[in-house]
Design a protein around this ligand. Structure first.
Ligand SMILES: [Zn+2]
Length: 125
């Protein structure tokens, strides 16, 4: 992967083929120099053209979220199948609200793309 320098991806997600692209891979990592998250999508178009798209920072996060439903498996998932409970790899936050009576409790979770989640904090409104 490439940002301020060349570096190895932290994880690689393998995506489902679609009508136009195959051999689709989404590499994610953190730049060792500026520590920004970097995501790089690479795929082959049906007519043999190699397609590559990279984004960093907030846009890297958007790129991963955009393709998260197309992830079939990841390199880390194969290497570390023993991690089953705690989120690992690329994490994203979700908020869940539940109402009890007239109190509303919002819980913040850190999630990964393997269905693991961890409660970070909860607060009442
Ligand atoms: Zn950088």
């Amino acid at each position: 992967m490439q940002h301020c320098c060349e570096f190895k991806p932290d994880d690689i997600y393998y995506l489902r083929d679609n009508d136009i692209f195959s051999s689709r891979k989404l590499a994610i990592g953190f730049c060792p120099i500026c520590s920004k998250p970097v995501a790089e999508l690479s795929q082959w178009r049906f007519d043999g053209k190699y397609d590559r798209f990279a984004a960093s920072g907030v846009r890297a996060n958007d790129l991963v979220l955009k393709y998260k439903d197309e992830i079939v498996y990841s390199l880390k998932e194969c290497n570390y199948t023993r991690f089953k409970t705690k989120p690992f790899g690329w994490k994203f936050g979700i908020n869940k609200s539940s109402k009890t009576g007239n109190k509303e409790v919002t819980r913040q979770y850190a999630c990964d793309f393997y269905g693991n989640k961890e409660l970070i904090k909860s607060f009442q409104l």
